[in-house]
Design a protein around this ligand. Structure first.
Ligand SMILES: [Zn+2]
Length: 419
């Protein structure tokens, strides 16, 4: 018996459950956990049977007027023990109705919630109901919610996926006011949002709403990212850039990039669009100063230097929406991959795709060149999410393409081995 107890004790010390971080030294280190979506003050209070005010006091680094920040550590009371259950919002019906719906006596329900009587109004107070679930406070109508990165990083595409109570839900959501594009299949959903390399991060609010249910929000932590700094000297033709032509090109492309095809068109991980690369000469997000000026812009894609004529391939399935020479970008091909994801291939010496064409991974798009405002043979590859440039290398490294498809219950071929 004593042996069994010891195993139990060891298990409780070292097994990480419910997102809790095992404390190395339980005597001096209070237990902590990383906040997940749905870990609101109310949910944590019910899950650990503590007072929300006590939790907030223990975590004075968090703004108590907001919910706990997703992706940040939160300290729990020393004796915190997780219990399963369900959190019921008053919007889902009052205590008496909730008790009836769950075949409990109103008095049992009141006792479970520390109330003297079920007939005293307890406005806005979430109710505890025994169940086998992890107590979470998700957007009303949602039964699960996952985020691709916690904490998030600026300059990347971020994924959201989960399930809802009803089929084909309408999900509206914004991150710091940026709209999130969603696809749904049955009761599953997957969405993606991008923040640019100049995005300041911090702890922006993620606001979500399922159908006509009340809106829900929780802050989502962003980590700082180190960026490269590049000083460029432009001479000759490149220095005499026609600002108006540049702005017109950008405005025209912006119109293309912000059209959202509501379902993903890809069915596999994104491949690198070029095989014979000499070197990567510029990464996404590198801050740029021109002719000694301030760092007012950043590199919107990845530059692969390669010999002129090197073939450029489609990294994933989609529809070609532009295939023509442009002033700044030179020979250009842009692919719509669905769900607000677009990829672009620029400075091509030859374009072998046509607008409206459906492409499969590996289809030839064109050849490397140095057309447009370019100083040597290279492929500039960019990736956009909802009209915002994001890091294509990070999109590939995290295999966000397959992560999103898995959220919709769809098949996705993993990335083919390269080199
Ligand atoms: Zn470039």
């Amino acid at each position: 018996m004593r042996f069994c107890l010891l195993i139990l004790l060891l298990g409780s010390l070292f097994v990480i459950s419910d997102g809790r971080v095992a404390a190395q030294d339980t005597a001096s280190q209070p237990p902590a956990m990383v906040v997940q979506p749905g870990d609101t003050w109310a949910a944590l209070a019910l899950r650990f049977s503590v007072d929300a005010a006590e939790l907030q006091q223990l975590n004075s680094h968090m703004n108590r007027r907001r919910e706990p920040t997703i992706g940040r550590a939160i300290t729990l009371p020393p004796d915190a023990n997780s219990r399963p259950g369900l959190l019921i919002r008053s919007g889902d019906g009052g205590l008496v109705q909730t008790a009836a719906a769950n075949r409990l006596s109103p008095w049992t329900m009141a006792a479970l919630n520390g109330l003297a009587s079920p007939y005293r109004p307890s406005f806005h107070r979430p109710l505890y109901l025994p169940a086998d679930d992890l107590i979470r406070d998700l957007p009303p109508g949602m039964t699960s919610l996952e985020l691709s990165m916690m904490p998030a990083v600026t300059g990347q595409a971020l994924g959201l996926r989960g399930t809802t109570r009803t089929e084909q839900p309408t999900i509206t959501a914004q991150l710091d006011g940026l709209p999130i594009a969603f696809a749904t299949t049955g009761n599953r959903f997957a969405g993606v949002v991008g923040t640019g390399a100049f995005y300041t991060g911090g702890e922006p609010e993620l606001v979500m709403r399922v159908g006509d249910n009340p809106a829900w929000s929780q802050p989502w932590a962003f980590d700082e990212r180190e960026w490269e700094y590049q000083e460029l000297t432009l001479t000759g033709e490149a220095a005499q850039i026609d600002q108006q032509a540049r702005d017109e090109e950008r405005a025209r492309l912006r119109e293309l990039w912000t059209k959202i095809t509501p379902a993903p068109l890809w069915d596999a991980a994104f491949q690198t669009p070029i095989a014979d690369v000499l070197q990567v000469t510029a990464n996404y997000g590198a801050r740029r100063s021109y002719n000694g000026g301030p760092y007012l812009s950043y590199h919107e894609g990845v530059d692969f230097s390669a010999y002129g004529g090197t073939p450029v391939f489609a990294p994933a399935a989609g529809t070609v929406v532009l295939a023509e020479p442009l002033y700044v970008r030179g020979g250009a091909v842009i692919i719509d991959h669905g769900l607000g994801i677009y990829s672009g291939y620029y400075h091509l010496s030859a374009v072998h795709a046509t607008a409206g064409q459906t492409v499969r991974p590996g289809d030839l798009l064109g050849e490397v060149g140095t057309t447009g405002l370019s100083t040597g043979n290279h492929l500039h590859w960019d990736l956009l999410s909802n009209g915002i440039w994001v890091d294509a290398a990070a999109w590939q490294a995290q295999d966000l393409a397959c992560w999103l498809l898995a959220g919709l219950g769809a098949e996705c071929s993993p990335a083919a081995a390269t080199e």
